[in-house]
Write a protein that binds this ligand. Structure first.
Ligand code: NAI
Length: 290
């Protein structure tokens, strides 16, 4: 059994849905958990200490160890306070699961700048700020696990979610770079793109999804990715309904010519669009241009 005894974890947005499920699973398996949740509505408005406190009560009742925190991940002070709660209460920080999120869906032509910024602030800025606050402790300890929460909507695009998909693809870049930079200090970062029945999706998914797409089925992958034994870093996985799959940012073999021109590009479009064989890293991408 993969256990987390002596590990300290932060799960953001853990008052509801996926985050709540991640926090319960990690605590059940021995981790000491900071249960963070601002406690607002789905669109990010409002705040309440209630949801985080309720999850902590449940963990404690089950014999686990947890502390509640209701700070906002999207402000530097809030992110710092979340990490401080881990250090003050449990003495260190080993695991960060950036899960907090909001929705402000609207079609691209109608979306306001405020709606765009608000969604990027929680998902991208929030994940960046909490990871940033935890990073010095992880570096010092020579150990860390970060999981960021992307979305199929970000990886593949989705109607009405220009803000959300921009944010969720942004998290792929953040994850991959933390993975590269963290390697020398034992820090691994990966991202999940989940599907689960939560308050965020219950009005969008068909009713029959509720029983199959449980948050617990996503948490199983999260627990693996934040365990000592996890060897991958900088990877992205779709996960939902019991299925897990690697998602690759891949570059096709392409076409090159010293006489490149707009017409030559048009003439070679088939080769440019080819998918196999592909490369997976910036270094290999550059090498293929030489
Ligand atoms: P949820 O609405 O149940 O949970 C999100 C939690 O984040 C809420 O408890 C909310 O209070 C908290 N939160 C929001 N803004 C915050 C802030 N500034 N600071 C701290 N906490 C904050 O939704 P769900 O579905 O559990 O979502 C969790 C994550 O998974 C989100 O990042 C979401 O975008 C992502 N996701 C969920 C999918 C699904 O199928 N449910 C699909 C793809 C991604």
């Amino acid at each position: 059994m993969l256990r987390f005894d002596d590990r300290v974890a932060i799960v953001t947005g853990a008052g509801h849905g996926l985050g709540r499920s991640h926090a319960l699973l990690l605590a059940e398996r021995g981790a000491k958990v900071v249960v963070n949740d601002l406690g607002g509505a789905l669109d990010g408005t409002g705040a309440s200490a209630g949801p985080a406190a309720e999850v902590v009560e449940l963990i404690t009742k089950n014999g686990g160890q947890a502390v509640a925190n209701a700070d906002n991940v999207a402000t530097p002070e809030g992110a710092q306070a979340i990490v401080q709660a881990a250090v003050d209460t449990f003495g260190k920080i080993d695991i960060v699961v950036n899960n907090a999120g909001i929705l402000r869906d609207r079609s691209f032509g109608k979306m306001t700048v405020e709606e765009f910024d608000a969604v990027l602030a929680v998902h991208v800025r929030g994940s960046y700020l909490v990871s940033r606050a935890a990073y010095p402790y992880m570096k010092e300890a020579g150990y860390g696990r970060v999981v960021n929460t992307s979305s199929p909507a970000g990886l593949f695009g989705n109607f009405g979610q220009a803000n959300y998909s921009t944010a969720k693809m942004g998290l792929v870049g953040l994850t991959r770079t933390i993975g590269i930079e963290g390697a020398r200090n034992g820090i691994k970062a990966n991202a999940i793109a989940p599907v689960a029945w939560t308050r965020m999706t219950e009005s969008l998914l068909p009713a029959e999804f509720e029983a199959k797409f449980t948050p617990e089925r996503v948490s199983a992958l999260v627990a693996y990715l934040v365990h000592d034994s996890c060897e991958v870093s900088g990877e992205v996985f779709t996960v939902g309904g019991g299925k897990v799959a690697r998602v690759m940012v891949a570059e096709g073999p392409g076409w090159r010519s010293d006489d490149i021109s707009p017409e030559a590009v048009a003439d070679n479009w088939g080769a440019i669009m080819a998918e196999q064989p592909y490369v997976l890293t910036a270094a290999d991408s550059m090498k293929a241009m030489l």
